[in-house]
Design a protein around this ligand. Structure first.
Ligand SMILES: [Zn+2]
Length: 141
């Protein structure tokens, strides 16, 4: 069995591994332009995201710059959603002790062109991880 699984970026426009599809767009909350997109420059989308299930590691390749490795458990613990972090105080409400060591990622879905939504094997699927946030997260060995 192959432990390495590749995940291709997928949009309504089809599947592509080219960063150019995702580059530099963020959802415009005002919805003032025709497409609903605003050309605010954000961090480039990664060129590749690889889930290494056996290791519990999510590998993210950022253009030519760097390969970052994140523990899936850490990603779950860092979930930024309103169910895990108090929106007003910024205090984490998630009990990280309760997150199992062997937690996995069951699904990944692009959110606009600025983020990816991760679904975890504990059934939690509301965490949206912006490229910015992912890039800033510490890489593990
Ligand atoms: Zn969450």
């Amino acid at each position: 069995m192959c432990a390495v699984e590749y995940w291709n970026h997928t949009t309504s426009a089809g599947t592509s591994r080219s960063r150019n599809w995702w580059f530099g767009y963020v959802l415009n909350p005002e919805g003032t332009d025709e497409t609903g997109w605003n050309e605010t420059i954000m961090r480039d989308a990664p060129t590749d995201i690889t889930l290494k299930r056996a290791e519990g590691i999510l590998e993210i390749t950022w253009g030519d710059e760097a390969l970052h490795r994140h523990s899936v458990r850490e990603l779950r613990c860092e979930c930024p959603c309103a169910g895990c972090v108090d929106e007003r105080t910024g205090v984490r409400t998630l009990d990280v002790e309760a997150v199992p060591d062997n937690i996995g990622i069951t699904n990944m879905q692009l959110v606009g062109r600025y983020a990816v939504k991760l679904a975890f094997s504990d059934g939690h699927d509301t965490g949206i991880y912006s490229w910015d946030r992912l890039y800033r997260m510490q890489s593990v060995r």
